[in-house]
Design a binder for this molecule. Sequence first.
Ligand SMILES: [Zn+2]
Length: 193
Amino acid sequence: MTGPGELWLPGLQHEPSANSDERPGDGEVDLLVIHSISLPPGEFGGGYIQDLFLNRLDPQAHPYFAEIVRLEVSAHLLIRRDGAALQFVALERRAWHAGLSSFCGRQRCNDFSIGIELEGSDDTPFTMAQYARLAVLTAQIQALFPAIREDRIVGHSDISPGRKTDPGPHFDWALYRESIADNRRDEENIRES
Ligand SMILES: [Zn+2]
């Protein structure tokens, strides 16, 4: 199933979220924001993240859920612990992932960014399957939105400092940036051959 918008990536599960809308202004996308989330906090694999993004979270299922059930949030993409990916919002549309935020003096990062959530927490390492999938998705996104250069890939904590800590101290930026550079080299080799 594919929801509103056009840019639904192939090879992953599509779960259109109502928590999205048209980007304002010229709609240019030039920022990628990496997040992490777990529901309930610190627990993995429950399917509650999808439920939250699809406005079907059961507030009775956990005491924490009653606080967040009305948040109306989403992200473009979610990468689960096993590397499986889900897409909730077409990439050219605005997902509601960053909240109060600013990058290089520009407010409301949702307007011009793509948000990827990794299922994880501030005190657990991410899985190699997640890094592998993230590298592939990043390459696909950069191919569609070339303005997302390497210096325009940030964590939620970078654009909402003091308010957000994700993706947290266990997110291996060096490993991630190496995989982006590898992608870039492969792409250049293909172009030259
Ligand atoms: Zn976040």
